[in-house]
Design a protein around this ligand. Structure first.
Ligand SMILES: [Mg+2]
Length: 366
């Protein structure tokens, strides 16, 4: 595929309501889109959230990285070839690379008349149940939202913890679990919010609740701490911020630091990389959650759904996050009915991006 142009577009997308998690309160999403044009005139779209606390990348660094990498991508054979070229042009920068990679898959799919799920080896499922994240940080608000979404058809929930002290977080978790009795899956995510002692206090406080997993209780780099918490916990421990490539997954597995974890394109650098990570997890007996960052538009959400269709399993849920935005960038929204999302079937990502909407939320070039 010959490429004519790869353009990074920084956007600020207002959120429907702020999301509270350990270390930050997020009220708008600062994401980078990639609009790519082939010599044949096909346009591909990609997106990645800036997530300084997860990937170390900012909107400004991502825009620069996309521009720098673009020069190395005038002709590509396939996504693997593109990844190799991107790595030679600039190591790391997985968020920027994910946005380019998704746009390449979109363009390749459109060129071949195939949905991205097919390029990823084929759709194993036509729709996927979604996981709803509770992130108000306030017990009564989390409960009200959980009950409303349960009525709307959601059966899987993630509670953001690591916000208050561990004992208060455990009490809030218990209160929400009481209201969600009978739900298919309830889990919690501490976003590295605790010390080892806090995490141990929390897992003792919630051991009777039957949580499916507890995500990233301690710092990303503290794999020994994850292992210590995992050894003391009846609830399975999941990685998120601590994993950026397949070697990190092997390290967590070898250290018995996690029974599975959350996979995101912005951490792993592309869709093929997430698929490979999910396949590795499956072969190691580790469970998988597939997720977008706090608020990514329907572009990243569509990419996630194609992945969710193609991976061997996503036992720990699938969480697109475009519903956290006030407005979307798609001409028509993704179909979500009764807490399940349909995997788009049209070529490429199977979505139509509204360039008018993109312009509306575009940030001035920096
Ligand atoms: Mg997480």
């Amino acid at each position: 595929m010959k490429l004519r142009r790869i353009e990074p577009i920084a956007v600020r997308l207002p959120m429907r309501r702020p999301v509270k998690m350990a270390g930050e309160l997020v009220s708008a999403a600062h994401n980078v889109l990639v609009r790519l044009e082939t010599q044949d005139g096909i346009v591909g779209w990609g997106e990645a959230a800036s997530a300084p606390m997860m990937t170390g990348e900012t909107v400004a660094s991502m825009v620069r990285a996309v521009n720098q990498i673009a020069a190395a991508l005038s002709v590509i054979e396939d996504p693997q070839d593109a990844q190799a070229r991107m790595h030679r042009a600039l190591p790391g920068n997985h968020g920027a690379k994910a946005a380019i990679d998704i746009a390449l898959y979109d363009a390749l799919g459109k060129g071949a008349g195939k949905p991205v799920s097919e390029l990823l080896g084929g759709a194993r499922r036509e729709s996927v149940p979604l996981l709803w994240t509770l992130a108000t940080g306030v017990e009564a608000d989390d409960i009200a939202e959980a009950l409303a979404q349960r009525r709307a058809g959601y059966a899987a929930f993630k509670i953001k913890v690591g916000i208050a002290d561990a004992a208060a977080d455990a009490e809030r978790t218990a209160a929400i679990c009481r209201e969600l009795r009978g739900a298919e899956l309830v889990c919690a995510d501490a976003n590295q919010g605790w010390s080892r002692d806090d995490a141990l206090r929390y897992v003792r406080g919630i051991e009777q609740l039957g949580l499916a997993f507890l995500e990233q209780p301690v710092a990303a780099a503290d794999v020994d701490g994850m292992a210590q918490v995992a050894a003391a916990s009846r609830v399975p421990i999941a990685f998120d911020e601590g994993v950026h490539d397949v070697d990190d997954i092997r390290r967590h597995h070898a250290a018995r630091a996690a029974a599975g974890g959350s996979l995101k394109a912005i951490k792993l650098g592309g869709l093929g990389e997430v698929l490979a990570a999910a396949e590795l997890c499956h072969s190691l007996g580790m469970k998988v959650n597939l997720a977008c960052k706090i608020a990514e538009s329907g572009i990243a959400a569509a990419a996630l759904l194609h992945l969710a269709a193609a991976v061997p399993a996503a036992e720990w849920g699938v969480s697109p996050t475009s519903h956290n935005l006030d407005d979307d960038l798609l001409a028509s929204p993704l179909r979500i009915v009764n807490g399940r999302a349909e995997v788009p079937r049209a070529a490429g990502l199977g979505i139509e991006v509204s360039e008018k909407q993109v312009e509306r939320y575009r940030l001035a070039n920096r």
